[in-house]
Write a protein that binds this ligand. Structure first.
Ligand code: AMP
Ligand code: GLY
Length: 417
């Protein structure tokens, strides 16, 4: 298979790495990619505007791609998958209509209500007066969400009513705002492949969304992750497929907008049972970095089966017994104002360590060809090992080799797991 991967983050680097190692692929092209995917053995980069459906389709045609895998949400919401599919090329990623599951929190709540999927009670508000009434109805801690795409940064969870109102006011400048009941309990990310009808779950993972240790600081796109979840209740995956993923996929099919691609189920295991925190319409970042590090089946075959309505006949996926942990190294100033242009050293030294690989996200080559920061989440350092503790030790040994002025990472990823 010749495969085109759209995107330029560590998630796409992880996808491209798994595809490049997969005997089922003959070519892997990442567009636009990053300096890590450019030097990945068995893969190459191509230039494209990932938000331009016609340009992505033309590139897929020129490459004679057998499959296009869309990494990030913005191209999906912009209709990239619609255009590629209309050209007759299999694509792993939903049409814009189904990607609204991620693109609009209000739409996701409507689908969940129709499909009886357990989630937080919510009010979709269009005015500050409605927001105030909803905040007081639910009480603290307050949960206020931007209705649209916000790269994980549109949610404020706070005990401070004034801060909740201030966030709601800024969201209301451009869209509706969703006020929710607070969900307690640990969070789990479960990725499900969907061909529009059949659902195949991947291995569960856990993400660390807050910037600082002990879950302090603002929400980010994700600062680290690990898999497997040895503490998770037996039967969790089956329960999520039966109560969450399949009902949502069936509801979208019933509405005539089948979901083909990756249904990311963001879950809270609350004291009152399983609840959906959010749906995403694509692989999670950084969870993908640990989930794919453990996948032993052909990723290309699985994604192609999802893209072509053939998941029902896909053989069961096989997983490594090993654990994987990833630690995100972020740039000075992330998430508010990440600084660009800081030199990055130590990537090769980290990769020389046993059980360590480094995935690029916000990196670029400067005029002199040196690797420098170019975005908020700069690198995702992945460690694998016999158990979570060993994988964690490997990941942090890798992080210790990396030097970036003003960089930050959490020190408690997968601690005690
Ligand atoms: P979202 O973009 O909806 O995933 O929200 C980002 C993060 O905010 C989640 O991963 C949670 O950590 C937190 N969060 C979102 N909704 C809730 C909720 N209803 N109760 C508690 N925490 C929440
Ligand atoms: N790690 C959270 C996300 O991908 O949305």
């Amino acid at each position: 298979m010749r495969i085109l991967v759209i995107g330029s983050g560590a998630r796409e680097h992880a996808i491209a790495r798994a595809l490049a190692l997969d005997p089922a692929t003959s070519a892997v092209v990442v567009a636009p990619g990053n300096p890590g995917t450019a030097t990945l053995p068995g893969a190459e980069n191509a230039a494209v505007d990932p938000l331009d459906p016609a340009a992505v389709t033309a590139l897929a045609q020129r490459l004679e791609a057998d499959l296009v895998v869309v990494g990030p949400e913005a191209p999906l919401v912009a209709g990239v998958a619609d255009a590629v599919r209309a050209a007759g090329i299999p694509v792993f990623g939903p049409d814009a209509a189904a990607a609204r599951l991620e693109g609009s929190k209000a739409f996701a709540k409507d689908v969940m209500a129709a499909a009886a999927v357990p989630t937080a009670m919510a009010h979709v508000c269009s005015s500050l007066a409605e927001v105030e009434a909803a905040l007081d109805a639910f009480g603290a801690p307050y949960v206020v969400k931007d209705d649209g795409l916000a790269a994980g940064k549109g949610v404020v969870v706070t005990d401070d009513r004034a801060a909740a109102l201030a966030h709601a006011a800024s969201c209301l400048e451009h869209a509706q705002v969703v006020v929710e009941e607070y969900l307690d309990g640990p969070e789990v990310s479960l990725f499900c492949l969907s061909d529009g009808e059949t659902v195949v779950p991947l291995a569960p993972a856990q993400d660390y969304k807050r910037l600082l240790d002990d879950d302090a600081g603002p929400n980010t796109g994700g600062m680290g992750a690990y898999s497997p979840l040895t503490w998770a209740p037996a039967g969790l995956t089956d329960e999520v497929v039966e109560r969450v993923a399949l009902p949502a996929v069936r509801e979208l099919a019933r509405r005539g907008t089948p979901f083909v691609g990756l249904l990311y189920c963001g879950l809270a295991l609350t004291s009152r049972g399983l609840r959906v925190v959010e749906f995403n319409a694509r692989f999670g970042d950084p969870e993908t970095q640990v989930v794919l590090a453990r996948l032993r089946s052909s990723l290309a075959t699985a994604l192609h089966a999802a893209a072509t309505g053939a998941l029902a006949s896909l053989p069961p996926l096989r997983w490594s017994d090993e654990a994987a942990v990833t630690v995100v190294v972020s740039a000075h100033g992330y998430p508010e104002a990440p600084r660009k242009g800081d030199p990055i050293t130590g990537v090769e030294a980290a990769e020389a360590l046993d059980g360590v690989h480094v995935l690029h996200a916000g990196t670029a080559a400067d005029d002199a060809g040196r690797l420098v920061t170019a975005g908020g989440r700069v690198l995702s350092v992945v460690g694998t090992g016999a158990d979570v503790a060993a994988a964690r030790a490997a990941a942090y040994a890798g992080v210790a080799e990396i030097a970036i002025d003003g960089a930050h990472h959490r020190t408690d990823i997968a601690a005690g797991r």
